[in-house]
Write a protein that binds this ligand. Structure first.
Ligand code: ATP
Ligand code: MG
Length: 419
């Protein structure tokens, strides 16, 4: 037997309604905030990700699915959506369009990680990128969209954490203070963090190892090195969130290690997700577009993991009214022919209709209609064809009606509606 790849999941029909609900809700909220869908490729040249995500990140260091194309070009399956979106923005000169470019995307992402609950090798994200506005209201708008979307799905136990990364210059003046502190306490840090002291010291702040967390609790804080401009920007973001009543909590550990991230950074976590508790994350990345040789473009966005949202989705969110489905129970020589034609007539007039072609007796058909939870069964045997009728049976009340076979779709409509 050939099996699927480890960390790559199938979504069986029982699960897809959940996913559809999540995707439809995301589209609705994206649309309400004026974001438009962009569809970007699943693979790109490797340098795009290496440059945009950053060489010293987990993703680029060890998680990318990279392979050589036949001509030797190095290609990579996308590990996230921002790089491709920004590449498309630059390549299609969207900076010249005189309105803000606000995009959302959906799709599979690929990272070579150790598979576990909430951590897959092929997973799915919904993300948005708001390109062109250097205004705190653009940050608030993106955060609000994320919060409204998750709240609309009825997810419980969510926290929005937010932090101010300041400008690059702010972090440069902070860095030596942090590095000095980390060097003094090096022996108390995990091996990863000891490596990070030089490469990416800010990342030590969000290490999950408890010894590292304890050690950095008393470290100098970035907040104390921030410029007036950075403080004022962040104050306006928080004020905007207050005005529209989005609850948040400040978290000084929330960092990104790369230069083109600045100012607002945020994450939504869930209490009942276990170890992989992040639902989504985002922030401002005003330097990225220039890093990729595009025109200076302020930008802010987020990405959320759909698997983790699906895990959190309450059953009650799925209680939508089921479609009325008609099961066609056709048997006998003439009944089978007439039934097959009736099945098609129902469908072309907009009615959901099914049958099991393996069943040849009324009893077997009725059993299948029950298993498929059909609201109605249309019974068509040779006797019915003889009389030019079909019998509609309400599977709940068990009442039955004779319908004229020649005008079936018209005659059936009011009976389905009244159920
Ligand atoms: P984590 O700390 O969980 O590794 P991350 O910082 O790598 O997250 P991002 O790159 O910010 O995650 O991606 C945003 C969201 O995508 C995450 O919050 C999570 O919900 C989801 N996600 C990331 N990696 C995976 C994965 N391997 N499997 C499932 N979902 C994932
Ligand atoms: Mg990760």
């Amino acid at each position: 037997m050939i099996k699927g790849i480890k960390g790559v999941k199938d979504l069986l029909p029982e699960e897809t309604p959940r996913w559809r609900l999540i995707e439809e809700t995301a589209r609705r909220w994206g649309g309400r905030y004026g974001f438009q869908e962009i569809r970007i490729p699943i693979f790109e040249v490797t340098t795009l990700f290496a440059r945009s995500i950053g060489a010293s990140t987990d993703i680029v260091e060890k998680e990318m699915y990279t392979f050589q194309d036949r001509d030797g070009t190095s290609l990579t399956l996308r590990p996230e959506g921002t790089a491709g979106t920004v590449r498309a923005y630059i390549e299609h000169n969207r900076a010249a369009v005189p309105v803000p470019q606000k995009y959302f995307y959906f799709g599979p992402m690929f990272r070579h990680e150790r598979p576990q609950a909430g951590r897959l090798r092929q997973f799915h994200q919904f993300g948005v990128e708001s390109l062109g506005m250097a205004d705190p209201r653009a940050d608030v708008e993106v955060i609000a969209l994320l919060w409204r979307f998750l709240s609309d799905l009825g997810l419980q136990g969510l926290t929005l954490e937010i932090n101010n990364l300041g400008y690059t210059a702010d972090r440069e003046s902070y860095r030596p203070h942090l590095v000095t502190y980390l060097r003094q306490h090096e022996s108390g840090l995990c091996a990863n963090c000891r490596r990070r002291i030089e490469a990416n010291p800010l990342r030590v702040l969000d290490c999950k190892v408890s010894e590292c967390r304890a050690m950095t609790e008393t470290a100098p804080r970035l907040a104390d090195s921030l410029s007036e401009a950075a403080r004022s920007y962040f104050t306006r973001v928080l004020h905007g969130l207050d005005v529209i009543r989005i609850p948040y909590s400040l978290n000084h550990r929330l960092v990104r290690g790369l230069d083109y991230y600045n100012l607002t950074t945020f994450e939504v976590t869930a209490t009942n997700l276990g170890a992989q508790n992040a639902v989504g994350a985002g922030g401002r990345y005003d330097g990225l577009i220039e890093t990729l040789s595009g025109p200076p473009t302020p930008a802010v966005g987020f990405a959320v993991g759909l698997e983790r949202i699906a895990m959190l989705l309450p059953e009650s969110a799925l209680l939508t009214t089921a479609n009325v489905v008609v099961y066609v129970a056709a048997f006998g020589d003439q009944g089978s022919v007439a039934g097959f034609s009736a099945l098609e007539d129902l469908r072309t007039s907009g009615i959901q209709a099914v049958s099991d072609f393996r069943s040849s007796t009324l009893k077997a058909h009725l059993r299948q209609a029950d298993r498929l939870a059909c609201g109605f069964t249309l019974i068509l045997g040779d006797d019915e064809v003889e009389k030019d009728t079909a019998i509609l049976r309400n599977m709940v009340t068990k009442s039955q009606y004779d319908l004229p076979l020649s005008s079936l779709p018209v005659a059936i409509q009011p009976l389905l509606r009244s159920s």
